[in-house]
Design a protein around this ligand. Structure first.
Ligand SMILES: NC(=O)C1=CN([C@@H]2O[C@H](COP(=O)(O)OP(=O)(O)OC[C@H]3O[C@@H](n4cnc5c(N)ncnc54)[C@H](OP(=O)(O)O)[C@@H]3O)[C@@H](O)[C@H]2O)C=CC1
Ligand SMILES: CC(=O)N[C@@H](CCC(=O)OP(=O)(O)O)C(=O)O
Length: 350
């Protein structure tokens, strides 16, 4: 790159994913943010809605104009809702931008599956084929040099990182997988709703989208690629009264006898050289606070020799590893940089 910084733009910069991209990219040594984009507040300083960025981000918000973005930027992040990205991304690719999309629009290979679960018209099959699914620890090689990456969903990131090593090893029966996942309210984005406002979620725990969550086909698509045959899962999502964090607790029947120590060794080997996945020692389980504000995914295990079942606990910060952090990890892979560049922040504690 001859010492020049790569120029990045962010569409959806006024959402939770977009603002978190700004926070991390400000500390990234290889990039410069050249444009923060909003479809509804173009012309206003970003600090009007986000005073915490006062005297840090000086630009005004700009409108969504692919040609104008291409004149300034090399890479664009689309932190936009599903249904919007599907229409916008083709316009950004055609003007020569590299794109990293945070929405669900390009994660599913089969457009008819997307339409069934997301209830939007699917993007062109050619683009669905072209999009590299950016689960960095699993598919990082495909991201290297790519010009279009589809960032995984928040729940699938925690869930797949937790399940793939043991499924690849053949130690669990894929027919028995049950996933019980919980998210903080920022997973629903910045918009207000009856689901997430204080009086509704404070001191409350809610189950939602049972057997209907749009991340079910994404998890099944990836697990089926691992086993080579269709895998279906029971996947139940919960909303918890916290701002950030996902805990995915997964259950499956074990094939044969494997101890917690065996699992720790299997996972440490599988993720060797992948600094953002941390495996707890046997008998220790991670908590969401231990990854808060960071790009880590922490995983722990419990084997129940009485029932022959394995429990896997995987935690991430949904806004970081589940969205903006992983998107930057994908930028690093795309550009051939060390995957940790700009992401070496320890979790915020307490
Ligand atoms: N929050 C999370 O934990 C995660 C989110 N995601 C995905 O990332 C994406 C962004 O999520 P999040 O930041 O939480 O969502 P938010 O609702 O907080 O933000 C979305 C942003 O998109 C912008 N937007 C809306 N309509 C348009 C449009 N027509 N054209 C351009 N921009 C538009 C809005 O900004 P404005 O009105 O200023 O244009 C808004 O700020 C979503 O697809 C989400 O599913 C994925 C993983 C985790
Ligand atoms: C707490 C909460 O509401 N979380 C959201 C996650 C949304 C998301 O990541 O949606 P995409 O698939 O479009 O990326 C949900 O469960 O729908």
């Amino acid at each position: 790159m001859s010492g020049e910084k790569v120029k990045v733009a962010i569409v959806g910069s006024t959402g939770y994913g977009g603002v978190e991209l700004i926070r991390f990219l400000l500390g990234h040594p290889e990039v410069e943010i050249v444009s923060v984009i909003s479809s509804s507040s173009a012309g206003a300083p970003i600090t009007e809605g986000f005073p915490h960025l006062s005297e840090i981000v000086l630009q005004n918000l700009e409108g969504v104009d692919p040609k104008a973005i291409a004149e300034k930027a090399d890479v664009v992040f689309t932190a936009t809702p599903s249904g919007i990205s599907g229409k916008l991304v083709p316009e950004l690719l055609v003007v020569g931008l590299k794109v990293i999309d945070l929405s669900g629009d390009f994660r599913l290979r089969d457009g008819s599956v997307y339409e069934a679960w997301y209830k939007h018209e699917a993007p062109d099959a050619e683009l669905l084929e072209k999009a590299v699914y950016g689960l960095a620890e699993i598919n990082g090689d495909a991201a290297k040099g790519a010009d279009f990456i589809s960032n995984p969903g928040c729940y699938p990131t925690a869930t797949l990182l937790g399940l793939i090593p043991v499924l690849s090893a053949g130690w669990i029966d894929p027919k028995t997988i049950i996933i019980d996942a919980k998210s903080g309210v920022s997973g629903a984005g910045r918009g207000t709703s009856l689901m997430t406002h204080y009086g509704e979620i404070n001191e409350n725990l809610k189950v939602y989208k049972v057997n209907k969550h749009q991340h079910i086909p994404e998890v099944e698509q990836c697990l089926s690629l691992i086993t080579g045959e269709p895998v279906t899962v029971t996947f139940t999502t919960h909303l918890t009264p916290m701002t950030r964090g996902i805990m995915s607790t997964m259950y499956a029947g074990l094939n044969g006898i494997h101890t917690e120590e065996d699992l720790v060794e299997l996972y440490r080997q599988y993720y060797e050289g992948r600094p953002f996945v941390r495996i707890r020692e046997a008998g220790k389980w991670p908590a969401t606070k231990e990854v808060f504000g960071s790009n880590y995914c922490d995983i722990g295990f419990a084997v129940d020799s009485r029932t022959g079942r394995l429990t896997i606990i995987s935690v991430i910060d949904n806004v970081v590893k589940g969205a903006a952090g992983q998107a930057i990890q994908n930028l690093n892979l795309m550009m051939g940089w060390d995957e940790t560049t700009g992401l070496r922040l320890s979790p915020v504690y307490p």
